[in-house]
Design a protein around this ligand. Sequence first.
Ligand SMILES: [Zn+2]
Ligand SMILES: [Zn+2]
Ligand SMILES: [Zn+2]
Ligand SMILES: [Zn+2]
Length: 261
Amino acid sequence: MTASSLVLAISFLPFFEAKNTVVNNIVNPSPSYEAKEIDCKKPDLLTREKCPACKASGIIVLEEQNFGQFNSYRLERPKKIRQKCPFCNGRRYIEAFYNPTELKLLVARERLKFESDHQAKGEVPVGEAFIPKDAYDKLDRKTVKLLKEAYGEPCRSCHWLGITPCRECDGNGYVNCPNSDCKGGWSVTKTESSYTKTSSGGGLSGGSYNRSGSSRRVTRKKTNVNVQPCPECLGVSKIICPDCNGKRALPCKKCNALGTK
Ligand SMILES: [Zn+2]
Ligand SMILES: [Zn+2]
Ligand SMILES: [Zn+2]
Ligand SMILES: [Zn+2]
């Protein structure tokens, strides 16, 4: 998702403005609404996205590559397996947070817009809130403190977002398959087997003339290449991040996902 489509999808401005309305309602109670009714919820940061594993097809097609298993004689043809995508479970879309890096930029940009809009109206900051200049001049210290608390400060860890990017997957939602034998979704293992071959020596035919020691026993080694769909990633070569469960971000621990402190 590009930054511009994210801007269209969600906005933090109503959240910043709603909080500001609550603060201004304390300064100058308005009979037209009650503070309780003001919706100060952050925008929903979860979105439905195309599954990155199957490109929203719902299926994974696994075509067996040659890892050396075709060199020995073999009667079967390369395997081709069609299966339900293990990432989205065939649903084609996954639920994840918007790209955490883009969200960070968005919230910073909108916070700046909120501040400049209110400064342009000649309002003055009280903590993170803005109130009219004449109202500010009448405030005592105790009320100023109350107003600051009513708006809240941005959480230092998540800056209003309430989520932090998952470190385990760098905000991707998936990690490389942990199976060290996994090659592009196929589990490739090699086993060595040895076998003993007896070859009869000497030029004479007929068992009775065969001197003891003339038949040689030779031990040979054979490498078997075993190829099967990787049991860890089921052919995707990546697995859903175990930390964020594919959601790319996690609720911020510092602020209990509130975004403020
Ligand atoms: Zn999928
Ligand atoms: Zn936080
Ligand atoms: Zn794998
Ligand atoms: Zn993760």
